[in-house]
Design a protein around this ligand. Sequence first.
Ligand SMILES: [Zn+2]
Length: 95
Amino acid sequence: MSKSIIDLYFSRKCDVCSTGMEEGYLVGSGAYACSKKCLNDMDNYSHAQFLKDYKEEDEHYYYTNWEQDWEDEETLFLIDGTEVSNPYQNKEYSL
Ligand SMILES: [Zn+2]
């Protein structure tokens, strides 16, 4: 897989360390964490809690990647978490 676009833009950013990310943990359908460490750094949360939630509610708690959504995303993020409008939205692009 080519990394040419992914090197510059990211589909999500980590809510804990604000790093742009293409894959990571979705927590309760609303929060994102890029790593185990960031899960443990969330307020009142931890990687151990994530594993419990994942067992019970895996539609809201899971590890995933988002690169397939790019044509529909309005905004993307840079590596430092800066939000930018998606230059690829509704355009042909190849990964
Ligand atoms: Zn993070």
